[in-house]
Design a protein around this ligand. Structure first.
Ligand code: XMP
Length: 512
């Protein structure tokens, strides 16, 4: 296996993902507990992540000495490179400008990381994000690639099998980065690269059994893919020690609540409590317009309803959740890094402490598409597994301004038409997420001979691989006008339709 030491970069999980793509098992440990993880895992190699700190600052994170002196292959990325140089006798200096974004590096020499990927004399695109830079190498290292801003863009110490780079190989903007990481884990560390999702399933099943023993588990279903996959996996591990509770907040898309119920009761025969709490949620949302206030209310109410159902069931000490990696990174700063809270995701935090329950979160390190692979591996129907992601707070965060039953119904109708057209055009699977947003803006229109003064609907569709970055989807000509016409004709209350072209960043996928 590979140990990834996390120095708090926003993209550390992408390193783990690239390593999985290379068919190798890895675990991430925050730098504070990396020494213990190293001891326990006995990995074949260690990757040191980027991070927001400066090695020049007092008290900034260091690589544990055990790892540095282990003689194992090491791979430092950005902060990881700077920490290696600082600790092995090189020099790091504060840059006064830094390099951020796309950059080009010139390959100067051979290096095991470059095997069958890059050759001397070539120039390649990479993604830089650094202020400090290495200005003198530690003994034993040689530069193998350089950029305009980073003379030591890639450095190698072949004898000790230590490699380091200033840029980020794990992000998609370094197109060959995954291959460099694959070379490290397979060729340098000598791992076979035969790890698969089937093994992940078995590993997790064993872990769940080990964690839960003969205890009882309650799983909150949101109606989405993540919690469903988590529940099915856990059911496979411990059978009817699991009870699922589906808190139906009435903020789902058309028909989706029924789908979940029939899948669990009919297809899998997993014990399920279905709570219809629409009235409770809508009455509490009355008058609430602030996005975070909506999210917090929904999260809190979800917890209260769930808690009271759990009490009725009784006797469970474990709580299962379908938390994915992007939920974790965007919700909390759990590595000590500065990842700021962008939105408070409703499926993380609060509940277990309050209910005094232990968490079972088997999907915590996965990205959405990996959860889908796992879902297929577990036999969930394609139509369900392939479903676009849907946020925990549901349609409430797609209705900027006040959420009412009437506005939910308008949005549900419009959204269903949009998705139907997308499916009919064969575009559903090419899109990461498509949805409509009902704006708190009215515009003037003319229908027949009359004046209308109704709501504006925004359509959004994005492509993405992990939800952390996204681009607006370009529909073929004629598609959007067709949807606009249908929506305006068929949905009372909407008289204008627009399309949202914002990418993430700087936008987020959802509007709230
Ligand atoms: P943003 O809007 O932050 O969304 O770019 C990234 C992805 O996360 C989904 N999302 C959520 N998922 N609970 C969830 O389970 C939430 O509270 C939540 N908020 C956003 C969003 O739909 C997108 O796929």
């Amino acid at each position: 296996s590979i140990l990834i030491v996390d120095f708090g970069s926003q993209v550390t999980q992408l390193i783990a993902r690239r390593v999985r793509e290379a068919g190798v098992y890895s675990e991430i440990a925050p730098f504070q507990s990396a020494a213990a993880a190293f001891e326990r895992m006995k990995p074949a190699g260690v990757i040191l992540s980027g991070g927001p700190a400066s090695v020049l600052d007092e008290g900034s994170p260091r690589i544990p000495q055990e790892i540095l002196e282990s003689g194992l292959p090491l791979f430092g990325i950005c902060y990881g490179q700077q920490a290696l140089m600082e600790q092995l006798g090189g020099t790091v200096e504060r840059g006064n400008s830094g390099e951020f974004g796309e950059a080009f590096i010139d390959i100067a020499d051979r290096c095991s990381l470059f095997d069958a990927v890059w050759r001397e004399g070539e120039r390649h695109q990479v993604w830089m994000s650094h202020g400090d830079k290495v200005t003198a190498l530690a003994p034993g290292f040689r530069p193998v690639a350089s950029s305009a801003g980073a003379p030591f863009a890639v450095i190698a110490d072949d004898a000790r099998r230590i490699y380091a780079m200033q840029f980020h190989p794990e992000v998609v903007h370094t197109p060959d980065g995954g291959k460099l990481l694959a070379n490290f884990v397979r060729h340098v560390c000598g791992l076979s690269g035969d790890w698969t999702m089937a093994e992940f399933r078995q590993t997790k099943i064993a872990e769940i059994r080990e964690q839960v023993g003969t205890g009882r588990v309650i799983c909150g279903l949101s109606g989405g893919v993540d919690s469903a996959v988590a529940a099915v996996l856990i059911h496979e591990a411990i059978g009817d020690q699991l009870t699922c509770v589906f808190v139906d907040h009435g903020l789902m898309r058309a028909g989706e609540a029924d789908q979940v119920v029939s899948l669990f009761r009919g297809h899998y025969n997993i014990p399920l409590v279905h709570v219809n709490a629409e009235t409770l949620f809508l009455s509490g949302l009355a008058g609430v317009t602030d996005p975070e206030a909506k999210r917090k209310f929904i999260g809190k109410t979800f917890i209260e309803v769930f808690e009271s159902e759990a009490k009725k069931i009784g006797g469970a000490e474990f709580l299962a959740q379908g938390t994915l990696y992007p939920d974790v990174i965007e919700s909390v700063s759990f590595t000590g890094g500065p990842s700021v809270t962008i939105k408070s995701h409703h499926n993380v935090g609060g509940l277990p402490e309050r209910m005094n329950m232990k968490l079972v979160e088997p999907l915590r390190e996965l990205f959405k598409d990996e959860v889908r692979d796992l879902g297929r591996e577990l036999g969930l129907p394609d139509i369900f597994v392939g479903r676009h992601p849907f946020p925990g707070p549901g349609l409430a965060i797609r209705i900027p301004g006040e959420v009412t039953k009437e506005r939910c119904d308008i949005l549900r109708k419009a959204d269903a038409i949009y998705l139907e057209e997308i499916r009919n055009a064969g575009l559903y699977d090419a899109i990461w997420q498509a949805f409509a947003v009902l704006l708190p803006v009215r515009s003037v229109g003319v229908m027949g001979d009359g004046r209308t003064y109704d709501s504006v609907l925004a359509l959004r569709a994005v492509t993405s691989t992990d939800g952390m970055t996204a681009q607006a989807f370009e529909f073929p000509g004629g598609f959007l006008p067709r949807v606009a016409t249908r929506v305006i004709n068929e949905v009372k209350g909407v008289n204008r339709v627009t399309y949202d072209y914002t990418s993430k960043p700087p936008g987020t996928i959802e509007w709230e």
